[in-house]
Design a protein around this ligand. Structure first.
Ligand code: G4P
Length: 290
């Protein structure tokens, strides 16, 4: 159980939700398709649920980023879940694969609809206007740079889209706004906040480090014990207390105090960093709903 002080720390709201959404409104209006980026390792926690209510009839494509970091089976399950819930979704390793083909597949029905409309009124085919949105650190700039093939995206450091509007032609099918829209975080539960901090979408400092590492460890214990063996040589975590596990991590990784004793704080920090750097393997923090 967290103390009232710890609970207070977790409720951290960067920016003003209503103001941020108001700033996005004109861009939403001129876009044909909203591309929402979320982290494949926590597809639910890394979205702002208010976005959907704002979109109305606007076509929407959800892109799960960091496919290379997520558990492939879990990502598959999320994609099936979206498919059965009328959500257009694709998953991608934005850092290492060209996104354009994946995007063409994900947006094919929207492109077809647009082409049909254009044909009806005798208009030449126009590229789809994409607006890229998402909470911090999910890969919005990486997505834009991947598509535009150059340093098109310079993330604004406040919610909304703050620079002058500039559409970049990407292919005959797409143009995109060169700056992503940053959605404010909306995390009603402590669990979601912890997941977001583990992913680096909210600053770790706003959460007590010990609680954060302990939550990650609990998750790894139950879902991915093998990664603790591979990285730290801990063969069976079941009978071990958290303290015992941190002690083993500290010894294995050389996280020792000046006197040679295990440094538990360094061990916790090391575990988090290893997860964030992808050194624990492909792991997902949130399973798909059944
Ligand atoms: P943002 O605009 O939404 O804030 O996110 P951004 O694109 O800046 O990406 C945040 C971090 O996530 C970056 O790492 C970026 O490289 C990484 N990233 C984005 N998409 C993917 C992906 O599909 N796979 C992997 N493995 N990483 C991804 P960084 O360490 O902050 O920067 P950098 O050193 O990689 O440039």
């Amino acid at each position: 159980m967290n103390s009232p002080k710890q609970r207070q720390n977790i409720h951290y709201f960067p920016g003003h939700m209503a103001k941020a959404f108001a700033a996005l409104a004109p861009y939403l209006k001129s876009a044909d398709l909203v591309v929402e980026i979320a982290d494949a390792r926590a597809p639910s926690a890394s979205r702002n649920p208010m976005l959907l209510s704002l979109l109305g009839e606007k076509p929407h494509l959800l892109v799960l980023s960091k496919l290379d970091r997520a558990d492939p089976k879990v990502t598959e399950a999320w994609l099936s879940y979206y498919q059965s819930h009328q959500t257009n979704a694709i998953a991608s390793d934005l850092k290492h694969e060209k996104i354009i083909r994946n995007l063409l597949t994900g947006a094919s029905s929207m492109i077809t609809r647009k082409r049909e409309k254009e044909q009806k009124i005798g208009m030449k085919p126009q590229p789809l206007r994409l607006l890229v949105l998402g909470i911090p650190n999910v890969g919005k700039s990486t997505f834009i740079n991947n598509l535009a093939g150059r340093n098109a995206a310079k993330a604004a450091n406040r919610p909304g889209v703050t620079r002058a509007e500039q559409w970049v032609k990407v292919s005959q099918d797409f143009v995109l706004l060169d700056t992503p829209g940053i959605l404010p975080m909306n995390y009603p539960s402590e669990e979601q906040a912890i997941l977001l901090a583990c992913l680096g979408s909210i600053k770790e400092e706003v959460l007590p480090l010990d609680a954060l590492a302990d939550s990650l460890l609990a998750l790894l214990r139950s879902r991915y014990p093998a990664c603790l063996e591979e990285r730290y040589g801990i063969a069976d975590v079941t009978p071990l207390s958290d303290t015992m596990i941190y002690e083993k991590i500290a010894k294995r990784m050389g996280y020792l105090s000046a006197g040679g004793n295990p440094d538990f704080s360094k061990a916790r920090r090391g575990l988090l960093k290893d997860f964030q750097d992808g050194l624990l393997g492909r792991l997902s923090l949130e399973g798909a709903p059944c």
